[in-house]
Design a protein around this ligand. Structure first.
Ligand code: ATP
Ligand code: MG
Length: 414
């Protein structure tokens, strides 16, 4: 007997209530990003591997362990995108998007990371993403953060989600901090986790991000960025926090928040919740002024964020915040001779913007009851009277929907 091929581990077939909340997240994002005038872009699902390895950084988990890379038939190394930012930065450089600076773009779609699948963590997952390219001013960071906060509020999930905010400073501040961290952690090297011992020389900031209990004890007392911030970096951060205060966006200062990727400067942030177990980060981002250079382009300031749609969907579903889509009109065709009239009416209703389902198959006697079960706001039954098709509006209340249906019925004759 033939066996059915199974789905790939860590991928999802999103259906039913999950698909409804997923769609609700994407629709809400589309609505909100328009309020902030972010332009929609569509990006390739795969890129040359170097687009990611050079920008995200060879020493990050994403590049060293999580990428889906393969050689195509032409022998070139390609990678399924593990994030949006690198591809968008590549497009900025190769497509001359600089002429639109400052450019606000938004997108959403699937991403691929070879991770251990578990609740809230998949190998193909989905993100919404927003970026401001070619913008050096801290107000760009503020606008992105305010938009993220607005989105969470629109989704009805901002309760219990906190914005954790940090600055990594400019290049000079970051380097001084890095040196101090290396010195500090080197003194405790033997007690750190194996991963962090490895990170010590290559990517010491990442130790701050470690979830290993052995590291956490030392992270608490590690040198803080504030000691090393230049005057300019302090001013930058001050403008960001003042902007958030003015916009009424609450945040917590998180001095050990560094984000996993190498390219960040200045603002770094995550919206976190305790409601998703270990997978607590729902939205994360920051300023990546160093990224374009690593792709061989000119220094280009930019800032952005991304959020996992699956994690947002889970929060939305848990909060009961997915709007239910009640059917507006059900049509019951109780006599086949009235079918073509019913079809005309159905078309007219849909062109008026009303959603419609029709019951016109199976035993004619049972169709009415089937249509009732659809739970529509308005029910219309179709039958024959004295040889002519007739429509009967079956509703007890006069509502906007019933009035609209009545109008359509008057304008469409059998
Ligand atoms: P984590 O610490 O959870 O691994 P990350 O720092 O790798 O997250 P980012 O690269 O910042 O995550 O991606 C932004 C968001 O994308 C995350 O906050 C999360 O909501 C989502 N995300 C990341 N990886 C996955 C995954 N494997 N499955 C589902 N969602 C994910
Ligand atoms: Mg990760």
């Amino acid at each position: 007997m033939n066996t059915t091929p199974q789905a790939i581990r860590g991928t999802q077939d999103i259906f039913g209530a999950d698909a409804d909340s997923f769609a609700h997240v994407v629709e809400t994002f589309e609505r909100v990003r328009k309020l902030y005038r972010f332009r929609r872009v569509e990006m390739p699902v795969f890129e040359k591997t170097e687009v990611f390895s050079r920008s995200i950084g060879e020493t990050t988990d994403v590049v060293s362990k999580e990428m889906y890379s393969f050689e195509d038939r032409g022998g070139e190394s390609l990678t399924l995108r593990p994030e949006f930012t690198a591809g968008i930065a590549r497009a900025w450089l190769t497509d001359g998007w600089k002429q639109y600076a400052p450019l606000k773009v938004a997108t959403h779609g699937p991403l691929f990371r070879y991770e251990r699948p578990q609740k809230g963590r998949y190998r193909q997952f989905h993100q919404i993403d927003a970026e401001v390219l070619g913008a050096a001013e801290p107000l760009a960071d503020v606008e992105l953060l305010v938009m993220a906060d607005h989105l969470l509020k629109e989704l009805g999930i901002s309760d219990g989600v906190t914005l954790q905010l940090n600055t990594l400073g400019d290049v000079a501040s970051r380097e001084a901090w890095r040196a101090a961290l290396v010195e500090y952690f080197r003194a405790h090297k033997a007690d750190l986790s194996e991963d962090s011992q490895d990170r010590l020389e290559r990517n010491p900031l990442r130790i701050l991000d470690s979830k290993d209990a052995r590291d956490k004890a030392f992270v608490a007392d590690a040198p803080k960025i504030d000691t090393f911030l230049s005057g300019e970096a302090q001013d930058f951060f001050g403008t960001v926090t003042a902007g958030l205060d003015a916009a009424g966006v609450a945040y917590e200062r998180a001095p050990t928040l560094v984000r996993g990727l190498d390219y960040y400067r200045h603002t770094a942030f995550e919206f976190v919740t305790s409601r998703l177990g270990a997978q607590g980060t729902v939205l994360g981002g920051g300023r990546y002024d160093g990224l374009m250079e690593s792709l061989g382009g000119p220094v280009t300031p930019a800032v952005g964020w991304a959020a996992g749609i699956e994690r947002l969907s889970m929060l939305v579903a848990d909060a009961g915040a997915v709007p239910t889509a009640q059917l507006t009109v059900a049509l019951a065709v109780e006599d086949d001779a009235a079918l073509s009239y019913a079809l005309k009416v159905m078309s007219g209703l849909r062109y008026q913007g009303l959603d419609v389902e029709i019951v016109a198959s199976g035993s004619a006697r049972k169709r009415y009851d089937k249509a009732v079960k659809l739970g529509a706001r308005v029910l219309v039954s179709f039958g024959m009277t004295e040889g002519a098709p007739v429509a009967n509006l079956r509703t007890t209340e006069t509502t906007t929907a019933s009035l609209a249906v009545e109008q359509v019925l008057q304008s469409i004759q059998p």
